[in-house]
Write a protein that binds this ligand. Structure first.
Ligand code: G6P
Length: 372
């Protein structure tokens, strides 16, 4: 078993370290020599894809957070409206779909019953269905019109890590491909993003080499009873995923919030010593969002919160209000989740270990939930 874990103590740790490859392999073989995306594997005609006027993403758990990231990116790159639905809600809420709706399911296992039922329902209603999936020959891809495989390799740990990064990457690829099909400035912008996306695996590698302090923070926090996570824009689903990881692995009460929502309720939870992770958007994120999140950090710090700040290298604005700063390499705003989520995974892993828990097999959870 030690050999299977490649020298790591747990599968989760091994899988966290495989993330540069999960992203790189999911990009691999999907561009031609001119740097254009080639997705013949989808086997949906270009015309059908060009006619799409609406996208609905269906998924559960971590995969649904990948879907939330995808919404921001695909809408920005294509201007096609994207909605994200938890698969078990989609199925029973009279979804509005037509033959011009693309329903994208995201599932690591390809066997999640809730997601499968949502896909079947969408097909019955006439939608075009694409499965983003990590498992060849599984049920959801078989029941879909097309499949875009993530190439994360088998994921053994119950809590998803590398599959999450691969899912986000595959959704970026899909969004950039749709932008490429739209042509003009959409295609030009997509080409630039794709180029940058190819640099992300190297940045994840670099980031994984600097997680020592995160491990220490996690160890000191073994007795913590509640942790909050704040994020905005694509950092919002990252905050939700950070909270989910902590619930799953360390059985600690954790909640992720949209930072803008703070003043509408969650700020009442802030009391002296309350640990709060803040996923800070890069300083060049549009609409001044960086400054707004820095103000949030200031507000909660003033009320005694212990601020654990995830910020880009070179972002000095956060320094006066951070109890801890975890640095991530700089990227353009849309691609940031592939980096900012990594310290949160590492944090949950080490907090779980510090509590003496089984990281790979958390209580009450299954890797794949095949019942409704
Ligand atoms: C279970 C797992 C989660 C996973 C979710 C969706 O709840 O414990 O880690 O995110 O299912 O799984 P899927 O295989 O569809 O991505």
């Amino acid at each position: 078993a030690a050999a299977e874990k490649g020298g790591y103590d747990t599968f989760m740790e091994k899988e966290i370290h495989e993330q540069p490859h999960a992203v790189g392999d999911t990009l691999l073989g999907r561009t031609d020599e001119d740097g254009h995306l080639v997705l013949d594997e989808l086997r949906i005609s270009e015309q059908q894809l060009k006619d799409i006027d609406r996208i609905t993403i269906v998924a559960c758990g971590t995969a649904a957070y990948a879907g939330m990231v995808a919404k921001y990116a695909i809408e920005h790159w294509t201007r096609i409206p994207v909605e994200v639905a938890l698969a078990h809600e989609f199925r029973y809420c009279e979804p509005i779909v037509s033959e011009r709706t693309l329903v994208v399911s995201i599932s690591q296992s390809g066997e999640t019953m809730d997601t499968l039922m949502a896909v079947k329902h969408a097909r019955d209603l006439g939608a075009l269905t694409v499965s983003v999936c990590n498992t060849h020959g599984s049920t959801i891809p078989r029941e879909s019109d097309a499949v875009l495989y993530t190439h994360a390799g088998p994921e053994i740990a119950v809590a998803s890590t590398k599959a999450f990064l691969a899912q986000i990457t595959a959704c970026y690829v899909l969004g950039l491909y749709l932008a490429q099909l739209r042509g003009g400035s959409y295609a030009d912008d997509a080409a630039a993003v794709l180029k940058e996306l190819h640099q992300v695996p190297g940045k994840i590698e670099q980031l994984l080499g600097s997680m020592g302090r995160v491990r220490e923070i996690a160890r000191f926090m073994a007795d913590t009873r509640s942790v909050l996570f704040l994020g905005r824009h694509v950092g919002y689903p990252v905050a939700m995923e950070g909270a989910l990881k902590l619930k799953e692995l360390a059985y600690i009460h954790a909640e992720g919030f949209a930072a803008g929502e703070l003043k509408h309720g969650p700020i009442a939870l802030i009391e002296p010593g309350q640990p709060v992770f803040i996923v800070v958007p890069g300083p060049d994120t549009p609409h001044g969002l960086h400054g707004k999140v820095v103000s949030n950090i200031q507000e909660i710090r003033a009320r005694g919160a212990r601020t654990l700040v995830i910020a880009q290298e070179g972002d000095t604005a956060v320094e006066p209000f951070a109890d801890e700063i975890i640095r991530v390499p700089a990227t353009s705003p849309m691609l940031a989740p592939l980096l900012t989520v990594v310290p949160l995974q590492v944090f949950a892993l080490h907090l779980s270990t510090a509590k003496g828990l089984d990281v790979d097999q958390p209580r009450n959870l299954a890797k794949s939930v095949t019942v409704e």
